[in-house]
Design a protein around this ligand. Structure first.
Ligand code: ATP
Length: 304
């Protein structure tokens, strides 16, 4: 039985630079909603500098019943990491370009509907992963996608079009790295175009890399795309966007509770769009049902 919320105090963590909508407008919508529903509210505007400590301090002094992250995947990860292992639920009002985790847990992408979950949502616990001390709530990867995220971050142009253009240019000369993976169940070694360590299902672009992933089952999946001939690229892309990647002969999914991944020195790890410095041995651990999340009641019916 999932908990229904009865919140009295909410902390809203708003990233003023995410999304292309006026933040004054967003704040006014939130204030009106809270006034109408008799919710006390506090706003924290992120600065990109020392936000983690400032938010922890506000949580300690204000004691909110819920913390709502208003921004893109970076803001959601920041707040989720602070709330992980606590009983305070995370709510999400998605404003970014990808909004991967919010889509995977069924949060409406419209501000008013996401806000309405404060009254009509349910609280459910989801798993998180620990990779060498870094927390993953959604997806993390090595190989081609992480390499493209690096190139994208180094470039000046933003948006899905820029990402696709970089991917197209780099794909021609990309040489897959080698990996050695030991999970609690099996061993795999070889070359891979991409290795996704997945707690969830789909990237913010809606490409479903892990069709059978469940956010609270105590397992994660290592989704491998093995090297493929150039002619197979379109078919693989089609499979990703039709939730059928697991049927491809180039796809292999290792379902597990823990894993050690040995990677090459030049290979990069990315977690939800952020590049992370790590050693070449990744130790991946599962934290079962560590984060409370505010989500729509329909998800409750689908997963039971
Ligand atoms: N006031 C600020 N000024 C500049 N940067 C900020 C500020 N507040 C947060 N940031 C930075 O914003 C980034 C997180 O952005 P977030 O993911 O929320 O939005 P986004 O980039 O628009 O979304 P998406 O990644 O989906 O495109 C972090 O790198 C953080 O340091």
């Amino acid at each position: 039985m999932l908990q229904k919320p009865s919140f009295q105090k909410a902390l809203f963590v708003l990233n003023p630079i995410s999304g292309d909508i006026s933040k004054e407008e967003v704040q006014a919508m939130v204030e009106e909603y809270c006034y109408e529903h008799h919710l006390q509210l506090t706003f924290y505007h992120t600065t990109g500098d020392n936000d983690c400590n400032e938010i922890k301090e506000l949580i300690a002094t204000q004691k909110p019943d819920v913390v709502m992250a208003i921004g893109g995947d970076g803001t959601v990860s920041l707040v989720a990491e602070i709330l992980n292992f606590s009983s305070i639920p995370l709510g999400i009002i998605p404003l970014g370009s990808g909004n991967g985790l919010s889509k995977d847990i069924g949060i409406p992408q419209e501000i008013d509907q996401a806000l309405a979950l404060l009254k009509n949502g349910v609280i459910r616990k989801i798993d998180s992963l620990d990779i060498n001390g870094k927390t993953v709530f959604h997806l993390s990867d090595l190989g081609f996608n992480a390499f493209i995220v690096k190139k994208f971050n180094e470039g000046e142009t933003r948006g899905p079009g820029a990402y696709a253009w970089i991917a197209l240019q780099e794909y021609i000369n990309y040489a897959p790295f080698s990996y050695k993976i030991q999970t609690d169940k099996e061993y795999w070694e070889g070359e891979a175009f991409m290795v996704t360590i997945a707690n969830a299902n789909a990237f913010g672009s809606n490409a479903t890399i892990n069709p059978s992933g469940i956010l609270d089952d105590g397992f994660f999946e290592i989704c491998l795309i093995e090297p493929f001939p150039k002619g197979a690229a379109i078919g693989l892309l089609f499979s990703l966007y039709t939730d059928k990647i697991h049927n491809s002969v180039y796809s292999r999914i290792l379902k597990c509770k823990s894993a050690t991944i040995r990677k090459s020195a030049d290979d990069i790890l990315q977690i939800d769009g952020e590049l992370v410095e790590t050693s070449d041995t990744l130790i991946v651990k599962m934290n079962t049902k560590s984060l409370s999340v505010l989500m729509p009641p329909v998800v409750e019916e689908e997963t039971q």
